[in-house]
Write a protein that binds this ligand. Structure first.
Ligand SMILES: Nc1nc2c(ncn2[C@@H]2O[C@H](COP(=O)(O)OP(=O)(O)OP(=O)(O)O)[C@@H](O)[C@H]2O)c(=O)[nH]1
Ligand SMILES: [Mg+2]
Length: 354
């Protein structure tokens, strides 16, 4: 399962423009509130220069990047949680995503209608938070009667019931669930509710053509990722060879989308390891702190179950020495066991037995 991210925001803030740029797939971005009326799901490769370098060294038949799945939904408006607009019915499409990217409109363009008639990022963020929190309160209220009934029969569920009531009260005060003081176990026990405000949130400031290169003020203590959705969509349409020139002309060093995908990785505490052989050079996603068997499990559950050892070359060594054989000769190929914590960029081979 690739990492998945739901894109939310008010109507006409540039969600679909961003999504299209991300997926280079047309989803009918247009100047019309609610033009996204079907859920749109797109798979995006994670940009990683190290993968390109490994491919250059190994010359495999195939190069496979890690991927992120983006889900684009219709804009939310004030009252969405009570059924205003179209947004609410689509919230279901992002219940199962790992994180949320909230697009906030910073650009002004009198040809593009703002639902409230003015560009005001602070107030827009507030509206979206309220709607997501209210949607979550709705989810909790639908789950509570069942939980109350079950807790009467099963004392073990009493703690969970108390926790769910506590999180409801917290959200009632307007806070996102994620911000509540909780132990890791408590967090885990709320997982099955799929609360939207429990998900890590990444703010994306759609700064417009004139805002490129300027850093917006933090929102909720987080510096938003600044992009210009319109320029990103133009970059995405170009042939790869023309991109560098266009980027330079627009005063950018790399596409904002690459920064966005990387920040999503960081936010979720993820990094990559590689497998490299003549058939395939491939990037895989794994939690930071994951041990070798878990990394093996990202490839196949059999690899995890039957894990014996991992052969590991760190990326820097592979890069300098240029091949597995050279790394081995230089004593840079390590044999690691099940307690080895995978480092970012490790090039790995797993030995397993099933
Ligand atoms: N000037 C300018 N216009 C933009 C930018 N990004 C998006 N737009 C325009 O804003 C309009 C709405 O963009 P969409 O991407 O469809 O907006 P959305 O958030 O998906 O809207 P809904 O699906 O209705 O919720 C389109 O006409 C876009 O061309 C930008 O960076 N600058
Ligand atoms: Mg849209």
């Amino acid at each position: 399962m690739p990492l998945s991210i739901g894109i939310v925001g008010l109507p006409n803030v540039g969600k679909s423009t961003l999504f299209t740029a991300l997926t280079e797939k047309c989803v009918g971005a247009s100047n019309f509130p609610f033009c996204t009326i079907e859920p749109n799901v797109g798979i995006v490769p994670v940009p990683d220069g190290r993968l390109d370098r490994l491919a250059e060294l190994v010359h495999p038949e195939k190069v496979v990047p890690a991927t992120v799945e983006f889900v684009d939904i219709a804009g939310l408006v004030a009252g969405a949680s009570r059924g205003e607009g179209l947004g609410n019915q689509f919230l279901a499409n992002i219940r199962e995503t790992d994180a949320i990217a909230e697009v906030v409109r910073y650009f002004s363009d009198e040809n593009v209608v703002h639902v409230d008639g003015r560009v005001d990022p602070g107030s827009d963020v507030e509206t979206i938070r309220t709607e997501l929190v209210l949607a979550d309160i709705g989810t909790v209220d639908r789950a509570l009667p069942r939980l109350e009934k079950d807790a009467k029969r099963d004392r073990a569920l009493e703690a969970k019931l108390a926790l769910v009531r506590r999180v409801r009260e917290w959200m009632e005060e307007g806070h996102r669930a994620l911000r509540m003081d909780m132990t890791a176990e408590e967090r885990e026990s709320l997982r099955d509710l799929h609360l939207l405000t429990m998900k890590p949130l990444l703010y994306v400031a759609n700064v417009g053509e004139t805002g490129v290169g300027r850093q917006p003020e933090p929102i909720d203590g987080q510096v938003p990722t600044a992009i210009c959705a319109k320029i990103e969509s133009e970059i995405a349409e170009l042939a790869p060879a023309e991109r560098a020139e266009f980027l330079e002309a627009s005063g950018m060093t790399e596409p904002g989308l690459d920064v966005l995908v990387r920040r999503a990785y960081d936010l979720l505490g993820l990094h990559s390891f590689f497998t490299a052989g003549p058939k395939e050079v491939r990037a895989w996603t794994v939690r930071k702190g994951a041990k070798a068997p878990e990394a093996a499990g990202a490839i196949h559950s059999d690899f995890e179950r039957g894990f014996i050892k991992a052969e590991v070359i760190s990326y820097a060594d592979y890069d300098t020495l240029g091949s597995e054989a050279a790394a081995k000769a230089a004593g840079k190929l390590r044999i690691e066991g099940k307690d080895y914590v995978v480092a970012d960029g490790d090039v790995m081979h797993f030995r397993f037995n099933v």
